[in-house]
Design a protein around this ligand. Structure first.
Ligand code: FAD
Length: 531
């Protein structure tokens, strides 16, 4: 696809119904739904356009590239992210996409629904002090259900019904047959009294499908750039400015009057009837916090003081589970999920699912370090020169293993937040306390997995104490009914401004216990209908 056909010549003069900032899961899905309804949509995306076919791919610039440019060419956020957690201060490349499709270019395409219990989150945590968990989301599960179904159809999700959700009307295609190893695990889990099902994933499973974690050149992986952004441009008249970084929003008389951005070193100002922020839950609150004026000294849409607060990230453990005998690992890899531990003895934990990655060196090294944590003598015996050798031979350790991961709901707190800070990379940093309550639920989840599965399987936990999942960021512009405690109303419109919406994962008032993207997409379809 030649994107130049969809780049407006004079964007500042355009008569835009809607400007969408960011082309990830929330932005692309909403922009697609609005363009399909005939609205004049312009996407502004900081990163590059990455969804060209091989014939239209731009040539790489000659000579060595900076690290930031290399990252942009591969669809990753160019700069490091600075923050402080209970484990110390860090400055690292967060798993964050930048470019057409946003983070979905790199995601695992596991697209699961939240449960009704996720939308009434407080009931499981009545005594946790300090959390801002609401009793209910401002939309009910019944309201969300038809949009979940639409999103499942749009992203062509395959999988089987979760037996623990017998009454839901899923829209699922049939998945390819399981390989021998995962079939053995599926059967064994059932014998243990568990309720496995075929994970809900967005892959076409075309011949030689590798269940890519990157943008698939065969268009087999269903991510927001392929499913929504490309058809919005090619079929429904939307336009895009890639490599365009929005710097701030300007407002007057209770409305956003313009968006100020930089493209190729030039400042541009774009006006539109409606402005939709979808820059992700790290960057959308930052844009609001940076958009200060005499009328809103603490940032735009921030009369509640909640912009940037209630940062949630999920926690995830990686777990190797062995079958008793060796079985062939051939076959699809993103295969199994189960929700038997979602709420366990009244404790809200989360889901348990195959990861879909093979056991490669980084995981094996992490495992060796984890073993060393619990047995320092063993680690000391392993001198550095032996380490590469050990990691080469270690695949034998996992010859009978499938890798699983947990997703554990973390709770919103005011002090977990994004802070505008001009001295930090990206002009922001974050603060996140890993609370004792979260630590307890993670330990409890590990214990329950171990005692349940080790009756038939060897179980090895591959992650250490710090199992924060930075790829599942959400919560920093929460929606709610009360303007005093939330940034957005129930239709994702800013309480403070008539024409400003936020549709990325920032809107979550609680993080739920499963993968976030289907909920982001379903909600974007819902908001598009309201808009
Ligand atoms: C490795 C990995 C695997 C994952 N696997 C899964 C999975 O299997 N299932 C699942 O449900 N979720 C998964 N996730 C999480 C999922 O990808 C995210 O939750 C989701 O993509 C977030 O969507 P979003 O709309 O909030 O933002 P994003 O998709 O992050 O999009 C934000 C976009 O805004 C752009 N942007 C930011 N700032 C600006 C600016 N100032 N101006 C213009 N543009 C800007 C960015 O470049 C980006 O394109 C995974 C994440 C990672 C990292």
């Amino acid at each position: 696809m030649d994107v130049s056909k969809y780049i407006p010549e004079n964007p500042e003069d355009g008569d835009w119904d809607v400007v969408v900032v960011g082309t990830g899961m929330g932005g692309s899905t909403l922009g697609y739904a609005l363009a399909r309804k005939g609205r004049n949509v312009l996407f502004l995306e900081k990163g590059k356009f990455l969804h060209h076919g091989p014939l239209d791919a731009p040539e790489l610039p000659p000579g060595p590239m900076s690290e930031a440019d290399q990252r942009l060419f591969t669809g990753w956020w160019p700069n490091r992210l600075a923050g402080t957690t209970s484990f110390g201060t860090s400055d690292f490349y967060a798993p964050l996409g930048c470019g057409s499709g946003g983070t979905t270019g790199h995601y695992g395409a596991q697209l699961e629904r939240f449960t009704p219990s996720d939308l009434s989150p407080k009931q499981y945590f009545p005594d946790v002090e300090g959390t801002n968990l609401p009793d209910h989301w401002p939309v009910s599960y019944e309201t969300m259900a038809p949009y979940y179904q639409q999103a499942e159809t749009l992203f062509r999700i395959c999988g089987t019904r979760d037996p623990l959700k017998p009454d839901e009307a899923f829209s699922l295609r049939e998945p390819p047959p399981l390989g021998d190893r995962d079939q053995a695990l599926y059967d064994s889990f059932q014998e243990l009294g568990l309720h496995p099902y075929r994970a809900h994933v967005g892959y076409e499973y075309l011949p030689e499908c590798f269940e890519c974690t990157e943008i698939c050149p065969k268009r087999c992986k269903k991510e927001a750039g392929e499913v929504c952004l490309t058809p919005a441009l090619e079929e429904f008249g939307a336009q895009i400015l890639p490599e365009c970084e929005v710097e701030e929003l300007l407002a007057e008389n209770g409305r956003v009057s313009a968006v100020r951005a930089t493209r190729h070193g030039m400042e541009i100002t774009i006006r539109a009837r409606t402005v939709v922020l979808a820059a992700g839950a790290y960057m959308s609150p930052l844009l609001l916090l940076r958009s200060t004026s005499a009328g809103s000294p603490n940032g735009l849409a921030n009369s509640s003081g909640m912009v940037g607060r209630n940062l949630m990230l999920h926690t995830s453990d990686f777990i190797a589970i062995d079958t008793a005998q060796w079985h062939s690992p051939e076959g699809p890899r993103k295969t199994l999920a189960l929700n038997d531990f979602y709420v366990d003895n009244g404790h809200k934990l989360g889901t348990f699912q195959t990861v879909g990655f093979p056991f490669e060196t980084p995981f094996i090294l992490a495992y060796l370090r984890h073993v060393a944590d619990s047995n320092p003598r063993w680690w000391r015996a392993l001198t550095n020169p032996m380490l590469p050798q050990a990691s080469r031979h270690a695949p034998r350790l996992f010859a009978k293993s499938t890798m699983f991961a947990t997703i554990v709901e973390d709770l919103p707190y005011s002090h977990n937040r994004i802070i505008a800070d001009d001295s930090a990379p990206n002009g922001m940093r974050f603060e996140y306390e890993y609370t004792p309550e979260l630590k307890w639920r993670n330990a409890y989840f590990r214990k329950r997995i171990k005692e349940t599965l080790s009756r038939k399987h060897r179980i090895r936990f591959l992650s250490g104490r710090n199992n924060i999942n930075y790829g599942h960021v959400c919560g920093t512009c929460r929606f709610g009914d009360d303007p005093a405690t939330s940034v957005l109303d129930s239709n994702n419109r800013a309480h403070d401004l008539d024409n400003l919406y936020v549709v990325d994962a920032s809107f979550f008032p609680s993080s739920g216990g499963t993968n976030p993207s289907l909920t982001i997409a379903a909600n974007a379809l819902r908001v598009a209908e309201q808009l």
